[in-house]
Every structure is written in structure tokens, then in C-alpha cells.
Design a protein around this ligand. Structure first.
Ligand SMILES: Cc1ncc(COP(=O)(O)O)c(C=O)c1O
Length: 378
């Protein structure tokens, strides 16, 4: 029961009411509810968002590293409005024009024979389904995942996650084995340089697979460029080495590109930088800049074939949602028209990289600068 203001669109509430309702009724992610005071945001445009006092903020983190195209891109907004007018929802068992087109465009962009897309609502559902696919494809149950990783907050995805966000959800999914990925700056392998780090990180994977039993290992999952655990760019040769190990032992190679994909690293998919083709790619975020929730798994022909005559035991009410898929089609077309991937690469190589290197030179407190495209850490 309330006698306080209401509106047809929440955005018409005044700042005080937005804050009051938020404090009274919204349960926020990752937070002690009484210790936070979320800033009400009134609007956003391009690279900026604006509060109710008219103060503009340059969004250096692109929301949760997902607004790759910026806020309120007029063509993307128009595409969503058009799709809403045509068809807001249709369940996954039917074929639908924008779902077909989004899958076609994504398959065209994906490397190698990754030709089929299973759509989800976001990144965690993508990693959940990727490990389900790998387990059923191989008939094995273990999954290797990096300590320095985040793969989402649902039960399986948080079990994959290597860092402390996992702890409160334990015990998690059985059969997840964590490994150390390469990180020359704070090497777990006492390496002297990148070449040694690469070799030792690959040997560590081999050792782990040997003692776990290769015949029990379904998949190896990794963030192509590690995101929230520090923007860790793999040394040249590492991903090719992982590919070779996966091939040798029949292990499914899963690239989690939820954060690193769709232009963030100056490539459509970050694996493209190293010319490596995984068996499954997880995507979300940048695919449509989060204008409507969307994620998915792109499957190789071999893994898709496992489910050619046998049902895939997974699904989601909103898999391939038309508003989300319509926005993905529009967003991919805008990326192409405006050269957004090339622009991200240029910003990394010619603006952000040199600018941060200059800062590092002038400030002894900066230990390292690393990154690529528009994905950087100091
Ligand atoms: C690499 C990676 N995988 C998965 C996820 C989970 O995505 P979502 O929050 O859409 O479930 C994230 C989110 O930040 C991520 O960075």
C-alpha cells in the first residue's frame, strides 16, 4: 500500500522518490543493503550519464564493461522500438526473423566452424550451458577453470569462478578444478619473463590434467583476456598451447568472451587476435551493449552434431528473445557501419596504451600497465 507518487514510467519520478523507493524496495547485487546509497541516474547519452542534479559523468567503465556502443545510440533505440511494434515476444520453439538473423550474423563473425548459437539472457547462463554442452559432448564431468576468473553468479558459473566471490556459495558444483593462468607480473610460476610464464603455465595445465585423469576432464574454460580479475592479457603462444593440449586430450576448449568480446579488445572476438579457434565461445554484454539482456554460446559443428539426433537438455523461456535479438542485429550492423571494432583497436594502440604508459613512467607507484583495445588496467 502506498500513497506516495507513482508514474507510468519510473523515470518520471523525482530524485527523492527514486531514492526512497530504491532504499525501501530494491534489493541490490553484491551489497549489504543498508550500507549503500545508489546514485539515481536520470539519463545517458554517448559516453556520459547524468544525475538528477544535471551533473555529467564520463563512464570510463562502460557500465559493467558492457555499453560498448555507448548510451542511447539512436539507430539501436529505433531498432528496439521498431521490433517492439512488430513482435515483442515469441517462445524459443518457433523460428523468428530477428533470431535467425542475429544467429546468422554472429556465426558469420565467429572464427572457424563455430556456426550455431544458443541464446541466453546473459553471461552466467552462457557459461552454465557451455559446461553442460561440454559434459554431454565428452561424457566426462570435470571442468578446469582459472583461479583469476569470473564466470557469473548462478550456481555453476560461480563454481567456475576462481576468486573470492565464489566462497559464500560453496560447496558448489562438483568436478570443478581450478588452475593458475599466466600472469607474468605476479607469476605463480616464478617466471623471469613472458616466454617462461607461457611455457610454465602450459606445463601446469598438463600436470593438472595428468593427475586429474584426462579421461575425466570435459572442458577447460578461460577468459580470453581476464576481465574483473585484473585485465590479464595472455602471452603470445598461450592460447595456441591451450588449444594443442585440449586437442591432445579430447577436452572442450571454452572461451568466455562475455567481457572481452564484441570489440572490447579491438577484435570481434578476442581469440581472433591470436588466431585460435575454441570449441565454444560464451558471449553477452557487448553483443548489444545491454540495451536488452542477451547472451549466448556459439557452438562448433562437432559439438552441435552431438545434439543433432539427441535432444539438448537445456532451455530458457527467453532464449532468442525478439527484442534482444533485434537489438543484436542492429548493434552488429552499427558496429560494421561505424567501424567500432577498428576504432577500439586504434584507441588502444594509439591513445589509451601510450597515455597509460606515460603515466606509468611518471609515477613510481604504478607497477604495470596492461591491456589492449579499450580494456586496460593500471
Ligand atoms: C567473463 C565474464 N563471464 C561471465 C559473466 C557473467 O555475466 P552476467 O552478469 O551477464 O551473468 C561476466 C560478468 O561480468 C564476465 O565478466
Amino acid at each position: 500500500m502506498t500513497t506516495t507518487p507513482t508514474s507510468h514510467l519510473g523515470s518520471l519520478l523525482d530524485e527523492e522518490t527514486v531514492r526512497a523507493y530504491d532504499r525501501a524496495h530494491v534489493f541490490h547485487s553484491w551489497s549489504a543493503q543498508e550500507l549503500i546509497d545508489p546514485l539515481p541516474i536520470a539519463s545517458a547519452s554517448g559516453s556520459y550519464f547524468t544525475d538528477y542534479q544535471g551533473k555529467r559523468y564520463l563512464d570510463f567503465s562502460s557500465q559493467l564493461v558492457n555499453a560498448n556502443i555507448g548510451y542511447q545510440h539512436p539507430k539501436l533505440v529505433a531498432a528496439i522500438i521498431e521490433q517492439a511494434g512488430r513482435l515483442c515476444t515469441i517462445q524459443p520453439a518457433f523460428a523468428n526473423d530477428v533470431r535467425s538473423e542475429a544467429a546468422h550474423l554472429i556465426a558469420e563473425l565467429a572464427p572457424g566452424d563455430l556456426n550455431r548459437v544458443f541464446f541466453t539472457n546473459g553471461g552466467a547462463e552462457a557459461t552454465e550451458n557451455a559446461i553442460r554442452m561440454a559434459r554431454l559432448h565428452t561424457g566426462r564431468h570435470k571442468v578446469l577453470a582459472a583461479y583469476r576468473s569470473y564466470h557469473g553468479a548462478t550456481a555453476g558459473a560461480i563454481s567456475l569462478t576462481g576468486e573470492p566471490r565464489r566462497w559464500p556459495s560453496e560447496p558448489g558444483l562438483p568436478g570443478i578444478i581450478h588452475y593458475w593462468g599466466p600472469y607474468p607480473y605476479r607469476s605463480a610460476f616464478h617466471s623471469a619473463d613472458e616466454t617462461e610464464e607461457c611455457a610454465r603455465a602450459l606445463q601446469h595445465l598438463r600436470d593438472l590434467i595428468a593427475v586429474e585423469g584426462a579421461h575425466t576432464v570435459a572442458a577447460l574454460i578461460f577468459e580470453t583476456v581476464v576481465g574483473t580479475n585484473g585485465i590479464l592479457v595472455p602471452p603470445d603462444g598461450y592460447l595456441a598451447g591451450v588449444r594443442a593440449i585440449c586437442d591432445e586430450f579430447g577436452i572442450v576448449m571454452i572461451a568466455d568472451e562475455v567481457m572481452a568480446g564484441f570489440g572490447r579488445c579491438g577484435e570481434w572476438f578476442a581469440v581472433d587476435r591470436w588466431g585460435v579457434v575454441p570449441d565454444l565461445i560464451c558471449f553477452a554484454k557487448g553483443v548489444n551493449s545491454g540495451y536488452v539482456p542477451l547472451g549466448g554460446v556459439i557452438l562448433s559443428d562437432a559439438i552441435a552434431a552431438t545434439f543433432a539426433q539427441r535432444p539438448y537438455p537445456g532451455g530458457l523461456t527467453y532464449s532468442g528473445h525478439p527484442l534482444a535479438c533485434g537489438s543484436a542485429v542492429a548493434s552488429i550492423n552499427i558496429f560494421k557501419e561505424e567501424g567500432i571494432v577498428e576504432h577500439a583497436r586504434h584507441l588502444g594502440a594509439d591513445v589509451i596504451g601510450p597515455g597509460l604508459a606515460d603515466l606509468a613512467e611518471r609515477h613510481p607507484s604504478v607497477g604495470e600497465v596492461r591491456g589492449l583495445g579499450v580494456f586496460w588496467a593500471l
